[in-house]
Write a new protein. Structure first.
Length: 86
């Protein structure tokens, strides 16, 4: 293999390019939605008459739910081979 052949980048197929662009778009949209949500937190806090503590507990719900879902997926990944998918 010559030096010229090694320096050429590998050609990316159309399917892989589409999949990569789709992942980038999903992360961009999620970041945009999260940023727009965080900008509205003070308005929602005033509208619902929440204190700092109750707002903190409410905002803790999303990460706590994510952690519980992750733990459930780990448990299911160990139980699925033993019991099957039915």
């Amino acid at each position: 293999m010559s030096a010229n052949e090694r320096s050429k980048p590998a050609k990316i197929s159309d399917t892989r390019r589409w999949m990569r662009n789709a992942v980038v778009a999903v992360f961009f949209v999620q970041g945009f939605l999260f940023a727009s949500w965080t900008a509205h937190i003070p308005h929602i806090k005033d509208h619902l008459h929440l204190g700092d503590g109750s707002l903190g507990i409410a905002l803790l719900g999303a990460p706590a739910g994510s952690m519980l879902a992750m733990l459930a997926m780990l448990a299911v990944s160990r139980l699925l081979p033993k019991f099957g998918s039915r």
